[in-house]
Design a protein around this ligand. Sequence first.
Ligand SMILES: Nc1nc2c(c(=O)[nH]1)N[C@H]1C(S)=C(S)[C@@H](COP(=O)(O)O)O[C@H]1N2
Ligand SMILES: [Mo]
Length: 213
Amino acid sequence: MPLLTGGQAGGGYPSGMFGHFFKPKTHDAHRVPPGQVLTEKFPVLTYGPTPTLRPEEVRLEVKGQVEEAQTFSWTDLMALPQSGLTADFHCVTRWSKLDVDWRGIRVLDLMQQIRLKPQAKAVLVHCYGGYTTNLGLDDFLRQENLLAHTLFGQPLPREHGGPLRLVVPHLYAWKSAKWVQGIEFLDREELGFWEVNGYHRRGDPWKEERFSD
Ligand SMILES: Nc1nc2c(c(=O)[nH]1)N[C@H]1C(S)=C(S)[C@@H](COP(=O)(O)O)O[C@H]1N2
Ligand SMILES: [Mo]
């Protein structure tokens, strides 16, 4: 059930809290997946309440099909290598934002600390507040994926998932879990919140994997 439907009668795009939507300029057109329009604002899309967490309260649990479950404090996370990522962000409700500038810990750098069991096939990401989303192991273990704590050089705002969120830029943004609390490795796929409620299990924007059939 899309929250926004894109074009309106009269040919305009809606504006307001979501900003002004526009068609990509020719030189950006190849970056915009089918059925998406651009916005320069950064809309907030949250189901349910927005948790309030101080960084020092954050605990990231890595559990499930791992040799040893581990919990990372904020201090532990800040001691890991820190990386930047500039990536386009595509929401299934049809807005895309180009060149979002994040900073945080690469998933692959976190995973240097973890030994996966060979049975690990899938991931369920858990969030403060109860939201979950699922990812295949390959989609999770990508070089660009980030646990972000900084957005455009500022501490990640609470409404955008601060103190810590996942960023998985090659999939629709509902996979980029805000207020991430746990990473659970599973031996078989288990669907997350939106995936149980009709969104696609994988969510590739270039294939318009919006909803399950
Ligand atoms: N914990 C949590 N993470 C979430 C969501 C949510 O409701 N709760 N919404 C998802 C959806 S549908 C989108 S489009 C993006 C939006 O991120 P933004 O609010 O920073 O734009 O966050 C995703 N991550
Ligand atoms: Mo979304």
